[in-house]
Write a protein that binds this ligand. Structure first.
Ligand code: GLN
Length: 297
């Protein structure tokens, strides 16, 4: 029996909606369906809504069915279509990198606000897709960008994002837990290190747990500050006098990380909340002069 292919954009939309079988709200499923149609058939939401006739080939339908299977396997749509949006720009993503989160856009917005019109040399530690250095390099045009990560596949993806957005970022393959940081002194160091506790796994969804890189997400409950402590210590050497350190943090530990930074001689350390009112960003100022009057951040 010949296969019946959806012959209009509305029917195509309906076909995808009926095929998706995941435990998500209707609005989320619709938004996934629109992204699939846009990616595979270059038909935007408005065209689906007004409806138009289509001539889908069997091959296209087979491809579509494969997409639907991946969605039903809880693979994030961003990995399936191979890109996501961050701070108004498209970034390539794949299973080697974390999908950039809105919280990180807030971190970026704060850094841009506080460093606009400055000529800064900055470093991003644990860069993933490269969304942080690429966005900062685009927004702070006179800056000099460095970024490090432990995984060569990650560096490849981040490099391709830098090329896509035509910025120069010096990418370095480094394990910060065992190596030091070359290229300093920096005016600014930023990091969104792994901060989800192993014990928090049980509250997380399959799309994150089964598909996103665990090394980018999780830290042992035994030492939740592992990366923060090490980055603070490295920053003491790598930041210039008066340089700034910005962290994205687990909301549970913002106060502890602030206290740790103060013990490690960072000044003017403070906490910023995200749009959900959660303590999400901790930042501080490094100075070699112990008697210096702390500059206001
Ligand atoms: N914000 C991310 C999440 O909740 C975690 C990012 C990280 O561990 N650095 O999935």
């Amino acid at each position: 029996m010949p296969e019946i292919l959806p012959d209009s954009s509305k029917k195509l939309f309906q076909y995808i909606i009926n095929g998706i079988d995941i435990n998500e709200p209707e609005a989320e499923v619709s938004s996934i369906a629109y992204r699939v149609i846009d990616h595979l058939f270059h038909i935007d939401k408005a065209e689906v809504i007004v409806d138009r006739s289509l001539n889908i080939t069997t091959k296209e339908k087979k491809n579509l069915d494969q997409f639907i299977m991946r969605i039903n396997d809880h693979e994030p749509i961003q990995y399936i279509v191979g890109e996501t949006e961050f701070y108004g720009r498209k970034f390539e993503v794949n299973s080697s990198v974390l999908i950039p989160r809105p919280e990180t856009e807030e971190l970026i917005a704060l850094i841009i606000k506080e460093n606009r019109d400055k000529k800064i040399k900055f470093l991003d530690i644990g860069t993933g897709s490269g969304c942080i250095p690429v966005t900062l390099a685009r927004e702070l045009r006179d800056s000099k960008a460095y970024a490090i990560d432990i995984d060569p596949r990650v560096i490849k993806t981040a490099r391709s994002n830098a090329a896509r957005h035509e910025v120069d970022v010096e990418f370095l393959l480094i394990d910060i837990l065992t190596e030091s940081i070359p290229g300093g002194p920096f005016d600014l160091i930023v990091s969104n290190p792994p901060y989800v506790l192993e014990s928090e796994r049980e509250h997380m969804k399959a799309n994150v747990l089964d598909h996103e890189p665990a090394t980018a997400l999780f830290v042992s409950d035994k030492d939740p500050f592992l990366f923060y402590r090490r980055i603070c210590e490295l920053s003491q050497q790598a930041l210039r006098d008066g340089g700034r350190l910005y962290f994205e943090v687990n909301e549970k530990y913002a106060e502890d990380i602030k206290a740790m930074m103060e013990v490690l001689d960072f000044h003017s350390v403070d906490i910023t909340q995200d749009l959900n009112g959660k303590n999400r960003i901790v930042r501080g100022l490094w100075t070699n002069d112990l008697f210096a009057k702390p500059e206001r951040l």
